[in-house]
Design a protein around this ligand. Structure first.
Ligand code: AMP
Length: 413
């Protein structure tokens, strides 16, 4: 009945115990700064929030803390499966999978593609398999949803051998979130997902857009790594690939120094010179901080260009979905973006955008009917696209996909 969802990072563990059918959450939380001197764990159970220090806590200690909580709640025996978020599944994984020793070897083989993320995911899986040896463990890959992309979208214009021998191609990430909000958008619009062409924009500290045609990813802005595409919190997104050579010669920087700066010192942080936190940037911009203003402008401009590009992948556009910490909460970013997307027939509904309650889904654009008072005639089913806000729920999606795999293999859920 209960599924434990684990998202293991290099120094963090995000966890949730939920019911895949109802979405009910019994326990959730985040352990951070693991392996350092000041590890902490935050827990939420039944509306009650607790935060405590784990000292120099390791990943295993954080997991033990979660197990103690499950015991305290008396539900450890009711956990039926464990779902693990795995960042990179390469071309091998296009769907969630039961984590057998052979599958784990295949996940290990993907480590060169995600050297920071996959090793941490594997450590988490092995620790959880030790803690719950009797339970099925399922891997849900961030890249899997994008395996439906056509070759025209996933190939780079680089030597063929780079692709054939080294897997240099676009993979895309955030797949769980894009898939979840696309399904929810169909529910909100009251239309079948197979009939819908959507651009989903997952805008958090990491950010990507995805063209979803009939529920399948046909293009996305992230590529070989999560560095490609949009401006993000600390990641640059697209830059000229000639930048590395130029900086190496001009500034004497090494490849790894440039890569680290593009990942950790760029994006909103780099542009503003202030912070990667969008909320703080909005406040600073209203007080006249030029760097904050520029960071917001570039973020939105690049986002709007990518959304318009994704519309090309779809041919016809039915909706643009905003999600993630920024997409769900920043009415400023949503309004600025939609004002740039009139070219796609999108028109901001300021009142709806300003008054959407926190954590709720809703439509924030004017529909054809609202604009003209009646349906456009002579265009059959043609309608202008709508802009939607849909809170994402990656944990629920992972729990559901885990339940499908486990249920299909005859385990009782
Ligand atoms: P995520 O990675 O999805 O947790 O998103 C983190 C980003 O969402 C950060 O840049 C936050 O500043 C931003 N964010 C969260 N809440 C708000 C808010 N109320 N207004 C603007 N940005 C927000």
């Amino acid at each position: 009945m209960w599924t434990l969802v684990l998202n293991s990072g290099s120094s963090s563990l995000k966890f949730a115990l939920l019911n895949p059918a109802s979405g009910e959450v019994r326990l959730s939380g985040l352990a951070e700064r693991l392996g350092g001197g000041e590890a902490t764990i935050r827990l939420e159970r039944g509306g009650e929030k607790v935060s405590r220090s784990l000292g120099g806590g390791s990943y295993a200690e954080a997991l033990n803390e979660v197990l103690r909580e499950l015991d305290a709640l008396g539900i450890r025996q009711e956990v039926r499966a464990v779902g693990h978020r795995i960042v990179h599944g390469g071309e091998r994984f296009s769907a969630p999978v039961l984590l057998t020793p052979e599958v784990l070897d295949a996940v290990r083989a993907c480590v060169p593609l995600a050297p920071l993320h996959n090793p941490a995911n594997i450590v988490g899986i092995e620790a959880a398999q030790g803690a719950f040896p009797e339970l099925p463990h399922v891997g849900v890959f961030d890249t899997a949803f994008h395996q439906t992309m056509p070759e025209v979208a996933y190939r780079y214009a680089v030597p063929q051998t780079w692709y054939r021998q080294h897997g240099v191609r676009r993979y895309g990430f955030h797949g769980t979130s894009h898939a979840y909000v696309a399904g929810k958008a169909a529910e909100l619009l009251g239309r079948p997902l197979p009939e819908l062409n959507l651009v989903t924009a997952h805008l958090g500290n990491g950010a990507s857009v995805c063209a979803v045609a009939g529920g399948r990813s046909v293009d996305t802005s992230m590529g070989l790594t999560p560095l490609e595409g949009l401006v993000m919190g600390t990641r640059s997104g697209d830059v000229d690939p000639g930048l590395h050579d130029y900086l190496a010669r001009q500034a004497g920087l090494s490849l790894s120094e440039i890569t680290a700066a593009l990942n950790k010192e760029s994006g909103l942080l780099g542009l503003s010179g202030l912070t990667n936190d969008l909320r703080e940037l909005e406040e600073a911009a209203t007080k006249g901080h030029a760097g904050a203003r520029l960071a917001l402008d570039v973020f939105v401009y690049r986002l709007a260009k990518q959304v318009a590009g994704m519309a090309v992948a779809l041919g016809r556009l039915d909706g643009v979905v905003f999600t993630g910490g920024i997409g769900e909460n920043s009415r400023t970013v949503r309004a600025m973006t939609l004002r740039r997307l009139g070219v796609l027939g999108l028109e901001l509904d300021e009142h709806a955008n300003d008054h959407l309650p926190r954590g709720e889904a809703g439509v924030i654009s004017k529909s054809v009917q609202k604009k003209s008072g009646q349906k456009k005639s002579g265009q059959g089913e043609a309608r202008d696209p709508l802009a939607l806000v849909i809170p994402t729920n990656e944990e629920l999606m992972i729990a559901r996909e885990t339940a499908v795999i486990v249920g299909g293999r005859g385990y009782a859920l």
